[in-house]
Design a protein. Structure first.
Lengths: 280, 189
């Protein structure tokens, strides 16, 4: 429940509304994201392996709404499958904590679960508030389709576009939809971070979209939190509402603003939705 | 760096790269430059991704590691998915980041290395990443004035209940640390 708690809240609400039974992994730890493995690779494997070992005990697939967790956890599965020595090292380290991981837990991104498992036939009939007239940029960022390309195309992903259209909204064709938002750069190399998010925000604004929809907590933060500075630097209006895809789905399903934590946004998400979605 | 150290660096690097899936493909680089053209941050790098492999072949890897280059990789995997030789270049970048730290070649201006260090400390301590602590420690180590500039954003987040005051420590953090120590000890053998 940190800076992205609206993602957590809206994920739980949407899962409930869609009849998806999500069980929070008991005592989960941080996956290490891109930072931990950049200096301590072996230790970072244990971060992933512990989470997956906890998941294996439950007998369920592991679902995450964060693209960094998705890649990092999937990467461990791949490395364990292809490198028997590493696999043995990981298992012997886990044994110290009386844990084990066989390497068999499927790692899924929530977007993939909603688009592939719930699917169009599960979504459309549940839409209580069709988002007719709403135009949004589906922004995927990097790590949901790269490097593995297992749930969507690496260069030109489509799943979020489809989901947006099932809700009655119009997905705006957007060339930069899988371009990097800069990730940590917004903090560590601000001029680079602002340039990368600037291109995405400026392009979104120019496309005539009413908002940007994200499926990664770090993309969300980068795109929503620095719009004024980025706009000043780009010499262009970069102010546009940015929301989690779970908030958009939940809104269409008829959930209330509190169930979706719309008020948490740094951008005017709630007023954009009430203004642009035609009342029916 | 003397000649022996350069050879050692290269050997360690290739050994580690060969251990990752598809790592051996690094030898198939044909210097086409697709990686550099695809990289969203290459224009800020002293050596572009293509040049890194050229430097490796020329025995100049230490120069790359002394530059800010590898720490400007945002891990977006564009190079990896486009490389016609199938080189997992993002993972090569990760290896170079670790090697620079290990050999003490990492430059002072590599702010991403400081961030990674602070991140590791936070996760080792709590088992999770405590965002306010991360930003505070990072800025105090790199740019204390920048800390003041972040205060406004901090307050906007705080007003919306998005600034957790206390870190959450996981129950299994001691065991987690033991398991991490164990894997490091295994690989040191």
């Amino acid at each position: 429940m940190g800076m992205n708690k609206a993602y957590d809240i809206s994920t739980r609400s949407v899962a409930r509304a869609l009849g998806l039974e999500l069980v929070e992994l008991d005592d989960w730890n941080c996956c290490g994201a891109t930072a931990y493995m950049a200096i301590r690779e072996k230790r970072s494997f244990i971060l992933s392996a512990r989470n997956l070992a906890l998941a294996e005990k439950t007998g369920r697939p592991l679902v995450t709404a964060c693209s960094a967790c998705y890649v990092v956890l999937r990467k461990l599965n791949k490395y364990m499958a292809e490198n028997p020595q590493l696999r043995a090292e990981i298992r012997s380290a886990l044994a110290v904590g009386e844990m084990d991981y066989q390497g068999k837990v499927p790692v899924r991104h929530l977007l993939d679960v909603i688009v592939s498992d719930v699917g169009e036939e599960g979504i459309r009939p549940r839409v209580r508030r069709p988002l007719t007239g709403l135009r949004v940029v589906p922004y995927y960022g990097c790590q949901i389709s790269r490097p593995f390309g297992e749930i969507d195309d690496e260069e030109f992903p489509q799943s979020l576009d489809r989901l947006v259209s099932w809700l009655g909204a119009e997905p705006v064709p957007f060339a930069l939809k899988a371009k990097c938002c800069g990730g940590m750069m917004m903090t560590t190399q601000p001029p680079i971070g602002r340039r990368l998010t600037g291109k995405i925000l400026k392009g979104s604004k120019r496309s005539g979209a009413h908002g940007v929809v994200t499926c990664c907590p770090l993309c969300q933060m980068n795109l929503e939190a620095y719009q004024q500075q980025v706009g000043a630097e780009m010499g262009s209006d970069c102010e546009i509402p940015v929301l989690y895809f779970t908030q958009l789905v939940g809104y269409a399903l008829g959930l209330g603003p509190r169930e979706l934590a719309l008020g948490d946004s740094l951008t005017p998400v709630e007023s954009m939705l009430t203004e642009k979605v035609a009342c029916t | 760096m003397n000649a022996a150290a350069t050879v050692d660096l290269r050997k360690t690097f290739l050994g580690n790269i060969y251990a990752i899936p598809n790592g051996k493909k690094i030898n198939e680089c044909l210097q086409c430059g697709t990686c550099s053209a695809s990289c969203p941050t290459s224009e800020a790098m002293e050596y572009s991704p293509r040049e890194i492999i050229a430097a490796l072949r020329a025995g100049l890897l230490d120069r790359v590691l002394k530059s800010n280059t590898v720490w400007l990789c945002a891990s977006c995997y564009s190079c990896s998915v486009r490389c016609p030789a199938g080189i997992p270049f993002t993972d090569v970048m990760y290896e170079l980041k670790r090697l620079g730290v290990e050999y003490g070649l990492c430059p002072n201006g590599a702010t991403n290395a400081v961030m990674a260090q602070v991140f590791v400390e936070s996760v080792d301590r709590h088992g999770r990443n405590h965002e306010p602590e991360l930003i505070r420690k990072y800025l105090l180590r790199t740019n204390p004035l920048g800390f003041l500039r972040q205060v406004r954003l901090g307050l906007r987040l705080l007003r919306r209940g998005r600034m957790p005051v206390w870190p959450h420590k996981i129950k299994g953090v001691d065991v987690l640390r033991k398991m991490m120590a164990k894997i490091e000890e295994n690989s040191a053998k």
